[in-house]
Unconditional design. Structure first.
Lengths: 440, 462
């Protein structure tokens, strides 16, 4: 006899992503203490700046009595919101100064997505997402209909891709699904590229036309890098949506921006993020949920200390971008050595999209999602993890996401293990693993 | 629907000055909710009920910086030990790199659950030891209430509680999860089991709810009780366990004030007993008994935002865990709490100190109330508050300006607020009017100032 509600039962059965990570985190590779652990090359964290931010916090923090109390309210203290605003003024080149009143703080962007899901959508209404896209969005917004928009060979960061979204809206409406929002991840996870400015304008106009919301997740805003001698035309620099005179293109009720500490500031454990919005009724609605996602006051103090220290932060960002480039070059050269294809045009984020198709199966066009799942089992056996394309809603199986912003030795060993797994796949055709996948 | 929202918002507008610091754009000029979902608009409107939030939070009295501010008697913080706690944290904490990672924060990281389980085992005298795996951790108990609600009830289902009780359960269980709090009348019976048959009160309320079409999914107590500072007798706890088992509903014991107890020599009432200390064999099954606990009260550390459910119900743990990433505790808070809890000598001396100071403040406050002739729930031996009876000061006149309905309790609360005293009307849902929870765990000079203002304000109502 179940003691749970109907929706509780749904939640109890839904734990796939969580269980996968719990398993990995329970047996994390460490060169000294756990060399047989799993090397995690699938979680997008900035491991190479951890010591810098940890050292800074340990040196600078001096908590006050009020830090342990309830604080000003669930939207974050005024000082924190001002600090976020100033940070955006400095780095996002906004068209007009960002107002602290337009910012709400929360326990990370994940929390804000959940709240937006409740405030902007009835259950079953539609959210348009790119393909591929960060794997958790499809779970973060609640019981929505997530519509993954295929770009069918068109460069999805260009203006040309807008028509794919327009088509997706029309198709959804024809099926009786009301589309309520488009979510753009810019810089993009997992493709590591930035949207063209013209494209951003077109998305705003599209949303205005259909009276739907545009949610822009800019969490990787400062996690951009330059690969010296990159033979492509050069990566597009990041341009925040706030840098446009957005009033020309979209009503203020429809535009929302997400940002936080987890990526640019290597502080996912801080649980601190924010939404920028000028929709006052949305703020009102978010306030009814904000108590469930209220940041810790001590973390607000830490966050304020980071954002207000211009000198330290400038150096941190510059160092981070330098190290992102270095890590990317290491990963690229290793991938080149192994003959693994990847998206050379990437210039942002902590990841590359690697093409493992030819190793998984000789007849590349016959690869199925079962082959991906089988390969994940093989990777588990070889104690290495990369994010599968299925989870990322890739259009075609066989593309994985490699997160490489770690110390070189670990990335090197991880790719060795990956390569061994690929070799085994080539030899055995993953027969055993495919059987296992097909049985479950 | 829109007209109703407009009315509530306009009434709420006047209340905005008494709210906790408002959300940045809460002074809503436009009432256009058309860009929101209906459920989003509805839950926004729920916040604008008059006196929904504790008054005075954004205009707090400070002897030097804000002498005309409000002495906030309505927020249950323990200000008496925060300096000791912060000093300990500043002197002893060194953060590790893992605290900044997802794995260092999710579910409290690797160490906090063990440290908390060990703390509970040391202080709650559990019948069988609590394991780290019995705990799920979120960013405070407020989100834990919400996640529990999502998991055990469907919209419209009920949670049965006795009167009086903490007033914000209706927000925590209701705003998103859509559960109703069903308040059981005590009708002269002692709510904590000292006289009369309190379980019968719950049976009556359960039947009444059933008849009105509400499926009750859990019975919930706060023990030690908020707002009265009283503790349940062991018999009452056993009775509640049997009651829950009989109806196959959950029993949730919110024990967040477990260690905030003090020796009240004038009290003949029970001291604190945890449900965990009772041998539950043949009383209630493991999948129906759950405890809430956290760092906010006993350690005066609401700012850490760490709360736990303690349960052996695997299905409930799975359901809650599915959603904890939305209300994830921070790695830094987990690191701080772990350090505190693992230092048993510090915990022991801190709790002892806290109890002494709570007791001193209780004695001081009750003496003052006795002198000015204000009645209150006697015999409290826990918590930060006294539940006071201001019904003699109600006036028959009602002024409509502040409330959607005529209510002399709101008028009285407004008079007190005007006099610089923040007390929250009707928040704890007692059966009789004009009872207010007075939080006395403040710095002595603030407490004195507030009590003096209360005295003058009450005198001027006569």
């Amino acid at each position: 006899m179940s003691t749970l509600s109907a929706r509780g039962k749904g939640f109890a059965n839904a734990g796939k992503i969580r269980e996968q990570y719990e398993e990995i985190w329970a047996n994390v590779y460490d060169v000294n203490t756990n060399p047989s652990g799993t090397i995690n090359l699938g979680t997008a964290e900035n491991y190479v700046m951890l010591n810098a931010v940890t050292a800074y916090i340990n040196d600078h923090i001096n908590f006050k009595g009020t830090d342990v109390n309830y604080g000003e309210g669930p939207w974050g203290s005024l000082r924190l919101r001002k600090a976020f605003a100033k940070h955006m003024d400095k780095y996002f080149k906004p068209h007009r100064p960002v107002a602290s009143d337009d910012i709400l703080a929360s326990t990370g962007c994940t929390s804000i997505c959940e709240m937006l899901g409740f405030s902007l959508f009835e259950p079953g209404e539609g959210l348009l997402l790119s393909r591929p896209i960060y794997q958790a969005f499809q779970e973060d917004f609640g019981l929505l209909k997530c519509i993954f928009v295929p770009s069918k060979g068109i460069d999805q960061f260009s203006m040309d891709a807008i028509k794919c979204y327009q088509e997706a809206i029309k198709e959804s409406e024809a099926k009786g699904i009301k589309v309520r929002a488009i979510l753009l991840c810019n810089p993009h996870n997992p493709l590591g590229r930035c949207y063209e400015p013209d494209a951003l304008v077109e998305y705003m106009k599209l949303c205005q036309k259909y009276e739907i919301h545009l949610i822009v997740d800019e969490i990787y805003a400062l996690s951009v890098y330059k690969i010296p001698g990159n033979s492509n035309s050069g990566p597009l620099p990041f341009k925040s949506i706030l840098s446009f005179d957005t009033a020309q293109y979209i009503d203020k009720e429809y535009l929302h921006v997400l940002y936080g500490f987890s990526k640019d500031l290597a502080s996912g454990g801080l649980r601190l993020g924010c939404i920028w919005t000028q929709n006052s009724s949305l703020v009102d609605s978010l306030s009814a949920q904000a108590f469930f996602n209220q940041p810790s006051n001590l973390c607000e103090t830490i966050g304020i200390s980071i954002l207000e220290n211009d000198d330290w932060l400038d150096k941190f960002v510059a160092t981070s971008q330098k190290r992102l480039a270095e890590c990317s070059m290491v990963a690229r050269s290793l991938l080149d050595e192994y003959g693994i294809g990847y998206n050379r045009g990437a210039s942002a984020g902590f990841f590359l999209r690697i093409d493992l198709r030819q190793f998984m199966m000789k007849d590349v066009d016959s690869i199925t999602w079962d082959h991906e799942r089988a390969f994940q089992l093989l990777l588990k056996k070889h104690k290495v993890y990369v994010t599968d394309g299925e989870g990322l809603s890739s259009e075609v199986p066989g593309f994985f996401r490699l997160c490489y912003v770690k110390h070189e030795a670990e990335v090197r060993l991880g790719l060795e293990r990956l390569h061994e797994a690929l070799s085994e796949a080539g030899t055995t055709g993953m027969a055993e693993e495919l059987d296992e996948v097909r049985m479950t | 629907m829109l007209k109703k929202i407009v009315t509530l918002l306009l009434c709420g507008f006047a209340e905005a000055t008494q709210l906790l610091q408002p959300a940045p754009s809460l002074f809503v000029n436009s009432v256009d909710m058309s860009t929101l979902s209906q459920r989003g608009a509805k839950s926004a409107a729920l916040q604008h009920v008059p006196w929904r939030f504790a008054p005075g939070g954004n205009n707090r009295y400070d002897k030097d910086k804000n002498p005309t501010g409000v002495v906030a008697f309505a927020t249950a913080e323990n200000n008496l030990v925060q300096d000791e706690l912060v000093k300990y944290v500043n002197d002893n904490i060194t953060f590790q790199a893992t605290d900044f990672l997802y794995r260092g924060s999710t579910n409290g990281g690797a160490k906090f659950p063990k440290a908390m389980a060990s703390h509970i085992n040391a202080f709650f005298k559990p019948f069988s030891p609590v394991q780290a795996s019995d705990l799920i951790t979120t960013s405070g108990l407020t989100p834990m209430h919400h996640l529990t609600a999502l998991s055990i009830g469907d919209p419209g289902d009920g949670i049965l509680v006795g009167r009086p009780i903490y007033g914000r359960f209706e927000l925590d269980f209701g705003n998103v999860a859509g559960l109703k709090i069903v308040y059981a009348d005590m009708d002269g019976v002692d709510p904590f089991g000292e006289n009369g048959d309190v379980i019968e009160r719950y049976e009556i309320a359960f039947e009444k709810a059933l008849k009105s079409g509400i499926k009750v999914k859990a019975v919930m107590i706060v023990n030690p009780n908020n707002p009265t500072g009283r503790c349940y007798t062991k018999d009452a706890l056993v009775g509640l366990m049997k009651f829950a088992q009989k109806h196959k509903i959950h029993l949730i014991s919110d024990e967040v004030y477990a260690l905030s107890t003090f020796d009240n020599k004038t009290s003949r009432y029970s001291s604190f007993t945890s449900v965990l200390s009772i041998n539950r064999t043949n009383l209630i099954s493991d999948d129906l008994l759950h405890v809430f606990y956290g760092m906010s009260k006993d350690f005066g550390a609401a700012g850490l935002k760490l709360g736990c459910i303690v349960t052996q119900d695997a299905a409930l743990k799975d359901a809650i865990s599915s959603n904890t990433r939305f209300s994830g505790p921070s790695g830094m808070s987990a690191a701080i709490a772990t350090k505190i809890l693992e230092d048993k000598a510090f915990v022991s001396s801190f709790i002892t100190l806290s109890r002494e100071r709570i007791r001193d403040a209780y004695v001081y406050t009750t003496k003052f109330l006795d002198e000015i002739g204000v009645q209150y729930w006697k015999g409290g031996n826990a918590g930060f508050f006294i539940y006071i009876d201001l019904s003699p000061y109600l006036s028959g006149n009602s002024s409509v300006s502040m409330s959607a309905s005529d209510n002399p309790e709101f008028d009285l609360a407004q008079k007190l607020l005007d006099a610089g005293v923040g007390l929250h009307p009707r928040e704890e849902h007692w059966e009789k009017p004009a009872f207010f929870r007075l939080v006395f765990t403040q710095e002595r000079h603030v407490l004195q100032e507030g009590l003096n203002r209360l005295k003058s304000a009450l005198q001027s109502t006569k």
